[in-house]
Design a protein around this ligand. Structure first.
Ligand code: CP
Length: 302
């Protein structure tokens, strides 16, 4: 699972269906009907993470597997060891699969081509974050039903967002139109080249009323996006209480996290009980990652 660009709608739906069937394991602690041979899953996280890393770890545990975590801090990468050598050494310890987050676009693919075990991309630079987009699609499908014909707004720092790129692939494959919204420095017109099913605008208020769902993105300060953004960002692109009031009562609000409260999203919006799906995304993320680990290990469905 390196990216969603080439995954067709049938494969996407089958992963989401499997994740849906695993959700009671996550939410209610229901035991897996058919426990599997325990595997060892490596988690190589070379960028900071709260949700993705812990979610993969919980997912592996829920499936009855074990995991070993290596982060950049404290590893021999600091001594100049390469990404490929690091991953190859982990694989040589007998891991059954490796989950990797890397700051390098294409980092997961590079590792996958150089080690002999399944690799799952947990985010590679600005490129893709496939399991995030799958959990977003799972959440949207649960709230909206079929995504065919739905308009999903993705608002914020599109330029630096691997979440946006993976969501474009997944949501358009499932028949939705993705409306990308952001300030010009963080949303170049080149994004229109994603083709049919993708609209691009710099005017949030002009498209807000058309939304079936709204996904807010943070400004990626770690990728220097802050310098490109004016101090009045919230007034032009923030999901404020006033903007929330213009959305229908059934329009879900998503955010991949971490949130910059008071910048792209107001406190009371993220806390809106009916519309905020933000923690539902996190819960579904575990089920999606269980389905992905299962598929990576090619273990029989429980
Ligand atoms: N959504 C997401 O990738 O969050 P983390 O960076 O905390 O893993």
């Amino acid at each position: 699972m390196l990216g969603l660009r080439d995954l067709g709608p049938e494969r996407l739906e089958s992963i989401l269906d499997r994740a849906e069937s695993l959700l009671p394991v996550v939410r209610d602690g229901v035991a897996l009907p058919n426990p599997v041979r325990p595997a060892m899953v490596g988690l190589l996280f070379l960028e900071n993470s709260t949700r993705t890393r812990c979610s993969f770890e919980v997912a592996a545990n829920r499936l009855g597997h074990r995991s070993v975590v290596l982060t950049g801090l404290g590893s021999s990468l600091d001594k100049g060891e390469s990404l490929i050598d690091t991953a190859a050494n982990l694989a040589a310890m007998g891991l059954d699969a490796l989950v990797i987050r890397s700051a390098i676009a294409g980092g997961a693919d590079l590792v996958a081509r150089n080690i002999g075990i399944p690799v799952v991309n947990a985010g590679d630079g600005r490129h893709e974050h496939p399991t995030q987009a799958l959990l977003d699609a799972s959440t949207l499908r649960a709230r909206l039903g079929s995504l065919a014909g739905k308009r999903i707004l993705i608002v914020g720092d599109i330029l630096n967002s691997r979440v946006a790129r993976s969501n474009i692939h997944a949501l358009t494959a499932m028949g939705a139109t993705v409306v990308l919204v952001g300030p010009p420095p963080l949303l170049p017109w080149t994004f229109a080249e994603f083709g049919s099913g993708v609209d691009v605008t710099h005017d949030l208020d002009g498209v807000l009323d058309t939304a079936d769902a709204v996904m807010m993105l943070r400004i990626q300060l770690e990728r220097d996006a802050g310098r490109a953004v004016a101090s009045d960002y919230r007034f032009a692109f923030g999901l404020t209480v006033n903007r929330l009031a213009r959305l229908g009562p059934e329009v879900p609000i998503l955010h991949p996290g971490p949130m910059n409260r008071g910048v792209e999203i107001d406190d009371s919006v993220s806390a809106d009980i009916a519309r905020s799906a933000i923690l539902e995304q996190v819960a579904r993320g575990v089920a999606v990652r269980m389905a992905i680990i299962e598929a990576a290990l090619e273990l029989p469905a429980g």
